[in-house]
Design a protein around this ligand. Sequence first.
Ligand code: UDP
Length: 379
Amino acid sequence: MRKVQNLIVGCGLSGMVLAERIASQLGEEVLVIDKRDHIGGNIYDYRDSSGVTVHKYGPHVFHTKYKEVWDYLSRFTDWHYFMYRVKAVIDGEEVNIPFNLDSLYKVFPHKLASDLEAKLIKKFGFNHKVPILQLRESRDSDLEFLAEYVYQKVFLGYTIKQWGVTPEELDPSVSGRVPVYISRDNRYFQDKYQAIPAHGYTEMAQNMLNHPLIRVELNTDFADIREKTLYERLFYSGPIDEFFSFELGKLPYRSLDIRFRRFDREYYQSGPQINYPENYDFTRSVEYKYYLGEETAQTVISEEYSQPYISGKNERYYPVPDQKNQELYDKYRRKAAACPNVYFVGRLGDYKYYNMDETVKRALELYERIEANEVRKVS
Ligand code: UDP
């Protein structure tokens, strides 16, 4: 039987933050395992032969309003400041996403756009964000027309491709991530801090793990070491249903087939991300060289084909937030609460659609609770 003080399952953001904190602040040994052959989880990136830094698991643009998260990660990376701008092709035209006042003038004749703008500002106020499902409840017939247009053109096709269901069948927070924005701010996010690690996410990950008390073992499945390892604490960022051998049923996840394409030309598309709600079978096309402003003769893009997660066939990317799944997750969570010294973290451990910054924040908060407990034990 192997003994470790802290066992961390999964070398993604949650696992890395906890490993770093426990090693550097508590001075305890940490073993991080991951079944993949690389560190970083889904933030892993690499330099393609064209010289472009590519995100293996699809686009990751860091953004946060939390200074503590920004300051924490800033210890491990320099930043390339980058404000994300996303377009969607609607009726063949590239339109700003989130759909905003500029988008309105792009898709409608001037007079109609101006009337709708006035109504939106009157009803919701300038600089206000309105989730599409809320806009669809408008009683005013002009706003109802607008809501239906945006719903059909921006959300319906994209969401069916991405999730296999309509926006109403998911938790409203999913489509609420990209609300209609009564503003001329053309950025995808409004957070104070927005950037990409200047030398890539993988280098940031290496810096986080670079501590003599942290040992990383790759190509290692929890199932294979579970019965052979004793730990004082276990941090588990794998799927919570799998931890409990699916005994209450399987939680559904969405997966992605991300297809990369390299072109012998400097640029492929007009900006870093183009969404295709109405066209093609992929949801979006991402051209990575825009992220770090890399100057290369070739370019690399990815196209994301969404599919249900099927065990043994593909990987889990997204939990599927709806009421039924939440109820099943809650049952697993109650079981988890009864496991002493086991902490479930991350998108799969918490079955939550976290952004990167939320993942870091939650891991930092968990660490602080553990540290407070340790102090209590000692004093
Ligand atoms: N969405 C959409 N059309 C778009 C962009 C987003 O319908 O052009 C919806 C869709 O349901 C998507 C969700 O909003 O899954 C969240 O989008 P986000 O860009 O945050 O997705 P992520 O980058 O996390 O995959």
